[in-house]
Each structure stands twice: as C-alpha cells, then as structure tokens.
Design a protein around this ligand. Structure first.
Ligand code: SAM
Length: 280
C-alpha cells in the first residue's frame, strides 16, 4: 500500500535501491512512517522552520518532517546509495528538500539554512555525541539553531539529562544543561529499527536558552568540569589541584566542600567556581 505522501513503503524503497544497512555507517533504519511522524512532531512547530537532518538514510524521518509541514529540509547523507531514494522524496515535495552527499562532520550547515532552524536526526551512533558536543559549544550563544531533536542510544540520552548524584551525571549533562532545556521525549525498543540494534534508544529534545543558565566563561567551566570528571572518584581538592593554586580555599570560598566529588556538585556551583577563578 502506498504511504500518505504517495511514495512507496520504506521496505520497498530499500529493496528497489539496494540499501542494505551497513554497520560501519551506523545504519539502523526507522521504517514505520507513523513513528517518524511522531518524532517530527516532537520537534515542535516545523511550519515556520528550516530543518537540518543528519543521516536521512532511505528517508523515513525526512518524509515525516516534510509531511508534518517543515518549511524546508536540508538532509546531509554520507552514503551515496541513499541518494536515488532521497531524490524521489525531493520530487514529491518540490523545492522543500535539499540533499547533500557529504560527511556531516565536514559541513557548515548554517550557511545553507535560513533561521529559525531546528535540527532533527536519527543520528548515526558513531558520530552522534561528537555532533551534539559541536552543536552545544559554538563560539557564540545563542546558537544558530532553536532546538535539537535527536535519537541516541538510551544510555547516552540519560547522560544528557542526568542530575547530580545520578550514575549518568557528568560532562555531557553539564554541557547540555548549562545552555539548553533538555528532556527525553520518547524511548524506543530495539525492534523499532531495521536491523534492530542491541540497545534501547531515546529521543532527546533540547531547546536553546537565550543565554546560559548561569554566567561563566565556557573555557574555564570546561576545564573545571573536565578535570573533575576525569577523576570522578577523587575529592575535588585533589582532582582540581592542577586548575589553580590554593584550590581548597577557593572551593570553600564559593561554598563547595573540598572533600566533595565531581558527581555531587550541581551546575550552579560549577559556574560559581568558574567565575571565582576568573576573578568574577
Ligand atoms: N534517518 C534514517 C532513519 O531514521 O531511518 C537513518 C538513520 S541511521 C541511524 C544513520 C544514517 O546516518 C545512515 O543513513 C548513515 O549512512 C548516515 N551517516 C553515518 N555517518 C554519517 C556522517 N558522518 N555524515 C552524514 N551521514 C552519516
């Protein structure tokens, strides 16, 4: 049966174009168009937005984004085998889909998009965290994008939204929560994908805050958090020793117990310490 967009079902698309999933490219495809439409809706109002999609593959999520009314989609796909299938979608939605055959790590997508911009992707697992960190650490804030709606392995999604004291709490949580609102909006079993991966997955929706939640210099904050979590079992007076002279007194001065461990300290306290070290 044809899908509502008049295009063939995804299983047929994959068979016609010979797009057998390749593990090296992190290919686990979503073939249920109801599910991809649901992910597209989780991204918020698409009608007024340009959407950047990384790794469209055979185009299930791309079709969801277009059917849900995205103004324009820029889809960056590394695997040339997917291009004919994506060209069919572009023909069904004239002037609304641009496909780029490239490695997303090499492309400055901003130059090809008009604000407001939303990023939506079922990310290849091998580059997902790298792309997220890049989106979260631009030279200036607010970033070029308004929101990120991203599929990750559930374990990575949990690291993004984790709170102090939780096992998953670490650099990724602090990085994400400093400048965005981050929520898990959906969890998916392995069977939702073809082929099924070994682990569960989750969609995280991150909305860019107009300004960081608490003031701090990004480089200083990053140095502190990196040093703290590189030795997460150690007390801060020891893990942060190399950061600044007299760290024990400095920690005490901003109300952090020098005997605490990195995983016990919240975002606001890290920002307070960063400001104090910068003389603020
Ligand atoms: N969006 C599709 C879906 O939901 O069915 C495919 C998702 S699959 C998890 C990841 C896709 O990213 C694959 O199509 C893969 O070829 C592509 N990909 C892998 N590495 C990439 C990279 N560095 N740049 C762009 N695309 C990449």
């Amino acid at each position: 049966m044809a899908a509502p967009d008049g295009l063939p079902p995804l299983r047929e698309v994959i068979a016609t174009h010979g797009i057998a999933a390749r593990k090296a490219l992190g290919q686990n495809f979503l073939l249920d168009l109801n599910l991809t439409a649901k992910i597209a809706r989780a991204a918020g109002d698409l009608g007024a937005a340009d959407v950047l999609e990384v790794g469209p593959g055979p185009g299930g999520l791309t079709r969801g984004l277009l059917a849900e009314g995205a103004r324009r989609v820029l889809a960056i796909e590394k695997d040339p085998r997917c291009l004919p299938a994506l060209a069919e979608i572009a023909a069904a939605y004239p002037d609304r889909l641009e496909v780029m055959n490239a490695d997303a790590l090499d492309v400055d997508a901003r130059a090809h998009l008009t604000p407001p911009i939303r990023v939506v992707a079922n990310l290849p697992y091998n580059v997902g965290t790298e792309l997220l960190v890049r989106w979260l650490t631009p030279p200036d804030w607010p970033p070029y994008w308004q929101s990120l709606t991203l599929m990750f392995q559930k374990e990575v999604a949990e690291r993004i939204v984790a709170l102090p004291g939780q096992k998953a709490y670490g650099r990724l949580a602090l990085l994400a929560q400093w400048r965005t609102d981050a929520r898990i909006v959906m969890t998916l079993p392995p069977e939702a994908f073809t082929p099924a991966p070994k682990v569960r997955s989750a969609v995280v929706h991150l909305t860019a805050l107009p300004a960081p939640r608490f003031p701090a210099d990004p480089a200083t904050l990053n140095r502190i958090v990196a040093a703290g979590f590189n030795q997460r079992r150690k007390m801060l007076r020891s893990s942060l020793k190399g950061i600044a002279p007299g760290i024990e007194a400095r920690l005490e001065a901003v109300g952090i117990a020098p005997t605490a461990r990195a995983e016990e300290i919240g975002l606001e306290a890290y920002c307070r310490l960063a400001r104090a070290l910068d003389g603020g």
